[in-house]
Design a protein around this ligand. Structure first.
Ligand SMILES: Nc1nc2c(ncn2[C@@H]2O[C@H](COP(=O)(O)OP(=O)(O)OP(=O)(O)O)[C@@H](O)[C@H]2O)c(=O)[nH]1
Ligand SMILES: [Mg+2]
Ligand SMILES: [Zn+2]
Length: 337
């Protein structure tokens, strides 16, 4: 059962610390600055101030937030901080205390794994989610792509798909798998970090946006960021290392600012992705390709799984709906509460 949270409650959060969470602003009697969480690396939280100063942040005491039942702090969060003059943190940066986390406008979240799932926020207050996949090595997973796209749309993000490593397989060979997304108005990019194909066009697309890059381990998220910035900002790794040991090279979330033109967030590789906050009966609205048929189902609340007179099922049987998309629909439908 999910825990209900009252206004003032000691709650265990991802930080494993307990802090007093309040929903009403406090009357601060000290020096408060506006900032944004730009990285969470292990237990260290980094905040960039509006004057571009970087702080290491402490989470302690009382925190004001209206983001209940989800990660207390996420990359992208706008916060109010109090600099601790003269104090230096573990990482050598000046210390600050986070007093307030502003309400999130958009977010990229997933269902946490574990006994008592919660909404794990990967990033907040951004504009876009870009699903990065590889043309090969590792093999892309369309169901995973669908889940991320839906989760992004559900939380106010524009989704797009970027297919890396087209030096390994010609785009022509895999284009049919991605045609459906193009038809649904989702932007698709074919790039190669290795051979620097399609990078300029991709960078142009990023301008004016704040995007989270998300995808399986080894697709090249960190390599792409390194190429864009022209320096080794993030560690990358050979396929063999993570596929045999199941280890992800990037283990934290970090936001990078490209010449004040766009922001891009690197995140750890994902294996599975549970959508948080979507009702089963609303799933059909995220499958626009079903729309013309769903309207004609016999029952208005048809799940399109087993009902008699289901026009979606009929369309699948007649090859009018892509069977992989229908499989994906059923797979997500089963996973929702
Ligand atoms: N052939 C080919 N290999 C690439 C390309 N881009 C990246 N790689 C390789 O793919 C491997 C994984 O790259 P990373 O950038 O570490 O992948 P990642 O998505 O950040 O992985 P995690 O941090 O584990 O999630 C590295 O060996 C890269 O050199 C590409 O365009 N073509
Ligand atoms: Mg990485
Ligand atoms: Zn139906």
């Amino acid at each position: 059962m999910k825990k209900r949270l009252s206004n003032n409650n000691f709650i265990p959060r991802k930080t494993k610390k307990r802090v007093l969470v309040k929903t009403k602003p406090l009357d601060f009697g000290f020096n408060i600055l506006d900032g944004r969480i730009v990285a969470i690396i292990s237990k260290n939280i980094f905040v960039e101030c509006s004057d571009e100063r970087l702080f290491e942040a402490l989470v302690k005491g009382v925190i004001v937030t209206s983001n209940q039942s989800s990660s207390l702090i996420a990359v992208g969060d706008f916060v109010k901080i109090e600099p601790k003059e003269g104090h230096i943190g573990d990482t050598g940066l000046p210390l600050c205390i986070i007093h307030e986390i502003m309400e999130r406008t958009t977010l990229l979240s997933r269902k946490s794994s574990g006994y008592e799932p919660f909404e794990q926020i990967i990033a907040s207050n951004i504009t876009d989610v870009i699903v990065l996949v590889a043309a090969a090595n590792p093999q892309y997973n369309l169901k995973l792509i669908d889940r991320i796209i839906i989760s992004g749309q559900l939380n106010g993000l524009k989704p797009s798909i970027c297919i890396n490593k087209v030096d390994l397989i010609s785009p022509k060979e895999i284009e049919p798998d991605f045609e459906i997304y193009q038809k649904l108005g989702i932007d698709i990019f074919y790039i190669s970090v290795e051979n620097q194909i399609g990078i300029k066009q991709f960078i142009d697309y990023l301008k004016g946006k704040e995007v989270a890059l998300i995808g399986q381990s080894g697709v090249g998220k960190s390599s792409l960021i390194n190429l864009i910035f022209g320096e080794e900002l993030q560690k990358t790794n050979e396929i063999s290392l993570y596929s045999t040991k199941g280890r992800h090279t990037t283990s934290f979330v970090k936001m990078f600012n490209y010449k004040n033109q766009f922001k891009i967030i690197d995140s750890p590789g994902i294996r599975e992705y549970g959508i948080w906050g979507l009702d089963k009966q609303d799933l059909t609205f995220y499958f626009n390709d079903f729309y013309p048929y769903a309207e004609q189902c016999k029952y208005p609340l048809c799940s399109h799984i087993h009902e008699p007179g289901c026009s979606v099922l009929e369309a699948v049987q007649h090859g009018l709906i892509n069977p992989i998309r229908y499989e994906s629909y059923c797979n997500i439908y089963d996973s929702l509460d």
